[in-house]
Design a protein. Sequence first.
Length: 346
Amino acid sequence: MEKILDLRSDTVTRPTAEMREAMKNAIVGDDILRDDPTVIRLEELAAEIFGKEAALLTISGTMSNEIAVMIYTKPGDEIVVFSDSHLYNLETGGISALSGAQPRPLKSDSGTYEPGELSEAIMPPGVQRARTQLICLENTFHLNRGLAVAKNRYAETIAIAQKHDLPIFMDGARIFNAALATNTTVADLVSFCDSVDVCLCKGLAAPLGSMLVGSKDFIDEARRMRQRIGGGMRQAGVIAAPGILALTKMVERLPEDHENAEKMRLGLEALGIRVDRGGVLTNIVNLDVSPAGWKAAPFADRLNGYGIKVKVCSEHTLRMVTHNDIPSRDISFILDTIGNVLREQR
Ligand SMILES: Cc1ncc(COP(=O)(O)O)c(C=O)c1O
């Protein structure tokens, strides 16, 4: 087999040659002592791009998300999350384990809260009640669908948050994809959020890292909480250097991923496969192979045999994610291979 085309996630992207060079040449220092100029440059850049006062480099999106919850809550408090969110499903129970808070998960198909349900989910005061302290959002939503949510769709959530004086945290692991797909800037898209997490190592192709952005006070506290959970770093400039390229150069090439994903959707539909069209779409293609008479696992196995890796999401659905290591020229090969698999015996 000549090469592997890994479409399971955009987390599989390898750092570009330019990133590796930047890592090699990075000027570094002890970042816990605030002596790493490359980290400081990355944090200032992130704050500026997001229109917030300050930013903090963390190891991962999970670490950023959990630090945010730690800051807004005390043990016994409650936060509102989407039942399909990363925070609720894929962080090993960190909300309760690290913060001692409990999540109140609400179902959503669109990436926004239904206003009546959100209002009802916010605990009224009372001696027996947990205190609701935070409303969490995720954009793009959710990791198997990549739906971009336009800012105006949050109007009711914002009004409810204001009425109850609750902060809003955005898990914006793929917020640049969301901004691109809704024709705006990330600063505009998160202008109503108190704090935001954005990942450098998904579609932006850095080897690791995530930025937490918010007010100066919030980031000062986040720096302390990062230290508490062992996330303080020393010569982290080697991570920050590719992060700077992620936030600048790599953002500019995201349209290619969205175009490739749409090419893939159209090609799959032409082959009789159902694709998720339930909103504004980005670099994640969610497909249902049951109309073609297949189940997801054997279909994925067969593609794997041709060097194409995809993620099985449920009995009939799979996910294929476009990214920097899947150039446009490979899309027709992928579609041709899928066509061949569909013609093979199940
Ligand atoms: C929406 C979302 N939030 C947070 C994360 C966590 O990022 P990390 O894997 O860097 O911890 C992910 C990871 O895929 C994600 O998809």
